[in-house]
Design a protein around this ligand. Structure first.
Ligand SMILES: NC(=O)c1ccc[n+]([C@@H]2O[C@H](COP(=O)([O-])OP(=O)(O)OC[C@H]3O[C@@H](n4cnc5c(N)ncnc54)[C@H](OP(=O)(O)O)[C@@H]3O)[C@@H](O)[C@H]2O)c1
Length: 316
């Protein structure tokens, strides 16, 4: 244990971080140990990680000093932010900045920063194809992560920029699952046209990140995109139909219709899907499936994910 390289994991009780902690613990001869960072080491989820063999330490991305302490002595750190807890790009940038500064102060050798594209490099703020949100963003939860890339770089933190993908768990937890239409037939509603969306099991993000750490310094300074599959709305609907044993259709809507749905963040997600639809080629190319599978040979397909999770998908 003592000679293992410690990976300090922010968000360890959440979707991305728990996948990494579990990947490290599942490979006891891999040379790494997991340090799970949580705001509450006594929570049920934190205690479960301790039972599985992780070191559990307190840390809060709003408190840089707590992060520096939590990163001390670690070889690596997995850094992720929590946009949907507050919907504020400025706060997300502050969270990322606190992690970058803490990693620098603690002398962490390899940081993986869980990022996304700055959409404004494709659609300028003056471009009226989609509304500008919160004053200076097109896709706020993407753009602030893109802004944060520059903070890790400027501070000279040895960083891998991990471009993640749409979690298929959004069909379970984010209200995006199949819903019955007026004719009683289930449908998934997305503004994707006929374009492909890179998606993945959220656990596989952490498993791919573990693959990045296992590659030593090879990915430091690089951007690495990951996905389980690139699928159109129609292909996802076909997967649902097969898994659920009943027809599920793809309801294609326009991005402006999606933005008007009214749930918190609908405007951000409407812009996100439109960005993904209009630049699907670039978005998929940045998330190479072979690279993802090399990092994580157990990478799940959508069909595999569905067969494991279909009973958890709320059908309305
Ligand atoms: N949903 C998607 O499809 C998708 C796709 C790509 C990227 N993302 C991005 O993923 C990010 C969220 O990651 P996730 O899904 O892994 O999060 P998550 O499942 O919501 O988990 C977040 C975990 O982080 C911890 N946390 C929350 N606030 C914290 C704070 N202030 N300090 C320290 N820890 C804190 C919580 O643990 P404790 O309570 O134990 O502290 C929680 O368990 C978002 O920025 C989102 O944009 C999402």
């Amino acid at each position: 244990m003592a000679d293992k390289k410690i990976i300090a994991v922010v968000g360890a009780t959440g979707a991305q971080g728990s996948g990494l902690v579990k990947a490290i613990l599942a490979d006891p001869s891999g040379g790494f140990s997991a340090r799970a960072i949580t705001r509450d080491p006594n929570s049920e989820k934190a205690r479960e990680l301790a039972r599985l063999g992780a070191e559990v330490v307190a840390g809060d991305v709003d408190d840089q000093a707590s992060l520096t302490k939590a990163f001390a002595g670690a070889y690596g750190a997995y850094c992720v932010t929590f946009f949907w807890a507050h919907f504020s790009p400025e706060k997300e940038l502050a969270e990322a900045t606190a992690m970058a500064r803490a990693a620098k102060a603690a002398g962490v050798k390899h940081v993986i920063w869980s990022t996304l594209e700055d959409s404004r490099k494709w659609i300028s703020l003056e471009d009226n194809r989609m509304p500008t949100l919160q004053g200076k963003y097109k896709v706020p939860h993407f753009d602030s992560k893109g802004d944060a890339d520059q903070v890790f770089t400027a501070l000279g933190v040895p960083t891998t920029f991990l471009l993640t993908s749409f979690y298929w768990e959004n069909f379970i937890y984010f209200g995006m699952g199949p819903k019955k239409g007026p004719d009683g037939v289930l449908g998934i509603t997305l503004p994707l046209g006929d374009q492909k969306l890179p998606g993945m099991a959220s656990d596989d993000i952490g498993a791919c990140a573990y693959g990045v750490f296992k590659n030593g310094g090879a990915f430091i300074g690089k951007r690495v995109g990951i996905a389980g599959e690139h699928l159109t709305g129609a292909q996802m609907a076909a997967g649902f139909s097969k898994a659920l044993g009943q027809p599920v259709r793809y309801n294609e809507v326009a991005p402006e219709v999606y933005r008007s749905f009214g749930f918190p963040g609908a405007d951000d997600l409407g812009n996100m899907f439109q960005f993904n639809r209009d630049f699907s080629g670039d978005f998929c190319a940045a998330r190479n499936l072979d690279v993802s599978r090399k990092l994580n040979p157990a990478l799940k397909s959508f069909d595999t994910w569905l067969s494991e999770n279909k009973s958890r998908i709320p059908l309305q």
